[in-house]
Unconditional design. Structure first.
Length: 287
């Protein structure tokens, strides 16, 4: 059975919402409003921007967008609603229109399994870090095609790392980075998802978006970790995850199943933090 909203709860059904965008002029109207000063345009300004002289035709298509993708401001102005803004952003992020690929690029750091060479590549809108020698996939997340433009492979790898960290921070705070809905978290043992390390899996109660991050990635943001590394001259915000072995190497993790919990060791220059994770994926410093 489909889990998509069907419109019976007062919301617009998905097929109806997307059908409203099924005309080139309507996308031009959205773009005309988006590019107007302060993101607000009157009917006459929209008409001049899209180059349509037939007021009746323009008014019909403008009316189809009103209340769903645009809203009135004052007596004569129109601005984008959140849905209209997402449409414009998705188009310019290349989500619906672009397809980019990048050949693999060797990275600093070594594979936690075999000590081999780590590499980065971008294929099918997915950025991933993997071992050239043993084939182990260490990290894989979606990244907008527009982010590829104007960046070298090395810059793209760093941008992907920071993009995903920002999104995962929202998820860990209980806020879905896709829709803003409430997120839950669960501790998932190693091997449950292919050969992915022990990790925290988030899931949005609203849109079911379900990102995941390793225990090492999760504690990178913890004040204790940030302070420890900063005291040793390391800025974690500027250090890619693949240069920190504890982020992906299961050797730093111990997991128990009854009850489900896990510990991770975070070493730095002869010192070490130990975090305990409960079944809800919440970390606490224990040493």
């Amino acid at each position: 059975m489909s889990s998509l909203p069907d419109g019976t709860d007062g919301r617009l059904a998905p097929e109806a919402a997307f059908s409203l965008l099924g005309h080139e002029l309507r996308l031009e109207i959205l773009w005309a409003i988006w590019t107007a000063p302060d993101g607000t345009a009157t009917f006459s300004e929209i008409r001049d921007r899209v180059g349509v002289e037939d007021n009746g035709r323009l008014n019909y298509h403008r009316g189809e967008l009103t209340d769903h993708f645009i809203r009135r401001v004052g007596e004569e102005g129109y601005t984008l609603r959140q849905a209209g803004l997402h449409v414009i952003q998705a188009i310019h992020a290349g989500t619906f229109t672009d397809h980019a690929e990048r050949e693999r690029t060797t990275l600093d750091g070594a594979c936690g399994d075999c000590g081999g060479t780590l590499a980065f590549r971008y294929v099918d809108d997915m950025a991933n870090v993997f071992c050239v020698d043993c084939g182990r996939l260490w990290n894989e997340h979606a990244f907008p095609p527009a982010g590829v433009d104007g960046r070298t492979n090395e810059e793209l790898a760093v941008a992907h790392d920071r993009w995903e960290r920002a999104r995962l921070r929202l998820a860990a705070d209980g806020i879905c980075p896709a829709c803003g809905g409430r997120m839950t978290a669960d501790l998932i043992p190693v091997g449950h998802y292919h050969d992915y390390p022990t990790h925290v899996r988030y899931e949005c109660r609203h849109c079911t978006f379900h990102p995941r991050e390793t225990l090492g990635e999760r504690v990178l943001r913890h004040p204790a970790t940030v302070t420890l590394f900063y005291d040793h001259g390391v800025d974690l915000a500027a250090t890619p995850c693949w240069e920190l072995p504890f982020c992906f190497d299961e050797d730093y993790v111990e997991t128990e199943t009854d009850p489900l919990c896990a510990h991770i060791r975070v070493p730095c220059e002869g010192e070490e933090l130990v975090f305990a994770f409960d079944a809800d994926g919440h970390p606490t410093v224990v040493e």
